[in-house]
Design a protein around this ligand. Sequence first.
Ligand code: AMP
Ligand code: ZN
Length: 468
Amino acid sequence: MTEMVRLYDTLARAVTDLVPENDGGLRMYSCGPTVYRYAHIGNLRTFMMADLIRRAFEYQGIPVRQIQNITDVGHMTDDEFDTGEDKMLVAAGLEGKTPMEIAGYYTKVFFDDVRAINIQEAAEYPRATEYIPQMIEIIAKLIERGHAYAVDGGVYFHVQSFPAYGALSGNTLDQLQSGHRSVIDDPNKRHHADFLLWRPAGERRAMRWGSPWGDGFPGWHIECSAMSIALLGESFDLHTGGEDNVFPHHEDEIAQSEGAVGRPVVRHWVHGAHLLSEGRKMAKSANNFYDLRDLAERGHSDPLAARLLFLQSRYRAQMNFTLDALGAAERTLERWRRLIAEWTRKPGETIGDLVDKYEERFLTSLNDDLDTPQLVALVAEVVSTDALAPKDKSALLLRWDKVLGLDLSRQTGAVREIPSAAHELIEQREKARAKKDYSTADRIRHKILSLGIEVEDTPEGPKPRWVR
Ligand code: AMP
Ligand code: ZN
């Protein structure tokens, strides 16, 4: 019997077999970060879910081509009604930088963070600002096909032109009526749920592009339609995101992509449930968030402890984050690593039947809608059982680590790499020092310190070291 990865498909509203359409493997698109701030660990939990799906396939010999976008324009401060200001410009104003400087810095830190939590690198990371022509092309096609209309320098998607609107989220047009009535609205809209594909530039000076409808910038949703189709084609297997992406982001993406192409584009949709903190969705706006630097500051310097903690809940169950639970996961992980190191050093034993049985149980739970709590329980069982030889235990656990990504072979106290964002800041600080601009140099030193790294100036140059 060939086992299949099964996952909960939001559109089908059921756990379904995920069989790639092409022999070449699974093609997946994962909604990525908006790079105006440090990603919090809730964001990382959603990115890690996509990584786990990918590892589940790769573990079973199926290659995966994963694309993850970087949103560097057009994501507005009010997600639900897609109104307010562009998050990138707000951050640029607050930090006294250009939006591209903001994007460059937070993209770099995002790469450091995902690496630190053992999320495998995607095949490509398209930036929204690099795909404006493709977005304009899709918008023009939507107008041509009667799905969109231009008004006052903007372009709206007309939801009534797409009968399946609401199929993903269950938000039918009548239901939306009441919700939308409360927001101040553009009288030019044909329907209150119509949403912007292209936004007029208005007063903004940065991040604006020419288009057939005038200078402007893209809406957040059209970005993912354009980048996914450009890099994965007009039909691909899987699209992932957090549960807050279901509406409006993914509902709108379906309407745009299918409206432009004329048939279904995404075969399966999988969404990760929110990480909560103090019982509410972890969010920058709620000020109840932690990022990896916050955790390091509180003495939790191994991001893989957070990875183990996330594995203890299934991806589609909300979980409440606490520092106590993180501390417990950290101790468990250290203990496992220490034991595995001991067992690996013990003289050899052969791999017996029982090992195959454990492997079978591992695959069954993995394929059963990523039952990671069961996988963690299985690891604990293997760690404590006397029925397996020590060498067998370590071999089995190290193999499973290809899915778990916990660096179980790491010797405790191993050297941690200095991330590239820190190296870049150190370079900037050196430049400021060379110009005798000591106040800038000092400001940068504090920024480096907020990453948990102290710089010592030695005759051979700056020497970074972890302080947390
Ligand atoms: P953003 O950088 O705001 O565009 O968000 C990146 C990803 O994180 C999106 O897929 C969101 O759905 C997801 N996300 C946001 N908040 C949380 C949370 N508290 N828990 C899990 N995922 C989240
Ligand atoms: Zn997206």
